[in-house]
Every structure is written in structure tokens, then in C-alpha cells.
Design a protein around this ligand. Structure first.
Ligand code: PEP
Length: 255
């Protein structure tokens, strides 16, 4: 059976000054030594990325950008290009987060174009997908996440599978305090695993890590991580507090 190293990333969204970011990053860096069996990442706001990368450079802490523009440069006021993010020293970029889809019109084609460029720049995309509540209630969950996954991966070779992370985040569970049950999470992760095997081939598809995201907390992480196709978590609110994020990172490995 393919062993996938779990990956847990904290998405700080539009929160934290530079000083607050450095404080949080330092606390996480200091506990990493005891957590060698997982990959740990943080995604601070753009304003803090440069300082945070410098602060954690001697550690294994992953630093991810929350967003990027698809063009390398030009007249796109306020945007940040993939080469600029690589230049900052980030190793990962979140793509297609539901808040980007909802408020900024991001779609699967754009996510796909960005994923290709992020990989070409030597970084790793974290591709976020997930259904809205109305879609779940209309029994469209598999159709929606299947379409989002296939759209995001279109044209990507199987050779990049290990560099890709997929984050399944049911929109109704993000920032709402409502977590998918472990069975609901595994049901969708299992479906996504099947899709990955079909799209990328059995060997490569088995290596892609699938994170769960949506109100993950120290209290619910262990049950989620015990599911066979849950390979990590993308954590929003609970990653803004060192104690709760460290509680998540120290989930019960035997659960
Ligand atoms: C997220 O923003 O990706 C997320 C999952 O947020 P929260 O953990 O706050 O639900």
C-alpha cells in the first residue's frame, strides 16, 4: 500500500500583522522537531510572507502563498505573480480556495492554468475543491467535486502527482463550526481517490495527498486523520492560535 506522509497546513487568510505572524511562526517552528512524521505548513498573508520565510528558513516548516495571478507580470494592479511568489521563497501555493471562488470569481480553468505554472516554477499547488450546502442537499456532491478535480488536473502529467495536494473543503463546513462527520469526509475522499487513480493512473493517483478542511479543531482531527483517504488537513480559524494548531498537529496517531 502507498504510504502518504500527512500534510497539515494552516491558512491564516486575511489575518495577522507581520509581528503576529512571526510570533506564531516561531512557536510552530519550535515544536516541529517532535513532529517528523508529518509535513506542516502555514499560509500567512502576503504582507508577512517575506519575513516569515526568513524566520523559518532553517526548519522544515512549509510556507504557502494563499493566492497568485496566472500571468508572470504586467498591468494587474494589486496582484502577485507566480515568479514573485517563488522569489519570496514559498514552496506551495493555495489555489481555488472557496473564498477565492465565491468572492473573486475563480474557476476550474483558472485553477488548472495556475497549477501548471506553479509546478513549472518548482512549487507545489494545494488545489482546493468542495461543494456548497445546496449542492450537497441536491445530491450533487460527487458531481461537483469530480468536475472541480478533473478541471484542475486537466493536462497535468502523472509524473507531478507527488507534488500535488488536493484539499477537500465542503463549503458549508468552512468557518461555520460544522465539521463533516468522519464518514462524510471519508466518503468524499474515497470518491476523490478513485478519480485520481482514473485520471493519473493507479500508481501516481495513489500518491496524491488529500487534505480535509472545514472547522478542523484539536477535538475532531484524530477521527478525521484515522480515515484511510484523509492525508492531512487545511485548517483556517484554529490555525491562528498556536496552542490549538499545535493541538491539531499532535493528533492521536493511534485513533
Ligand atoms: C479554510 O479556510 O480553508 C478552512 C478550512 O477554514 P476553517 O478551518 O476556519 O473552517
Amino acid at each position: 500500500m502507498t504510504q502518504r506522509k500527512p500534510i497539515i497546513i494552516g491558512n491564516w487568510k486575511m489575518n495577522c500583522t507581520i509581528a503576529e505572524s512571526l510570533d506564531l511562526a516561531s512557536k510552530l517552528r519550535d515544536v516541529l522537531g517532535g513532529l517528523r512524521d508529518i509535513e506542516v505548513g502555514i499560509s500567512p498573508p502576503f504582507t508577512a510572507l517575506s519575513e516569515v520565510v526568513k524566520r523559518v528558513q532553517d526548519s522544515d516548516l512549509i510556507v504557502a502563498a494563499q493566492h497568485c495571478h496566472v500571468e508572470d507580470g504586467g498591468a494587474f494592479t494589486g496582484e502577485t505573480s507566480i515568479p514573485m511568489i517563488a522569489d519570496l521563497g514559498c514552496s506551495h501555493v493555495l489555489l481555488g480556495h472557496s473564498e477565492r471562488r465565491q468572492y473573486f470569481g475563480e474557476d476550474d480553468r483558472g485553477v488548472n492554468a495556475k497549477a501548471k505554472k506553479v509546478l513549472a516554477a518548482g512549487m507545489r499547488p494545494v488545489i482546493c475543491i468542495g461543494e456548497r450546502l445546496s449542492e450537497r442537499e441536491a445530491n450533487q456532491t460527487f458531481e461537483v467535486v469530480g468536475r472541480q478535480l478533473a478541471g484542475a488536473l486537466e493536462g497535468l502529467p502523472a509524473s507531478v502527482a507527488e507534488q500535488i495536494v488536493v484539499a477537500y473543503e465542503p463549503v458549508w463546513a468552512i468557518g461555520t463550526g460544522k465539521t463533516a462527520s468522519t464518514a462524510q469526509a471519508q466518503e468524499v475522499h474515497g470518491f476523490l481517490r478513485g478519480q485520481l487513480l482514473e485520471i493519473l493512473g493507479a500508481e501516481a493517483g495513489a500518491t496524491v495527498r488529500i487534505q480535509y478542511g472545514g472547522s478542523v479543531k484539536p477535538e475532531n482531527i484524530s477521527g478525521l486523520m484515522a480515515q484511510p483517504d484523509v492525508d492531512g488537513a487545511l485548517v483556517g480559524g484554529a490555525s491562528l492560535n498556536a496552542e490549538s494548531f499545535i493541538g491539531i498537529l499532535k493528533y492521536d496517531r493511534q485513533a
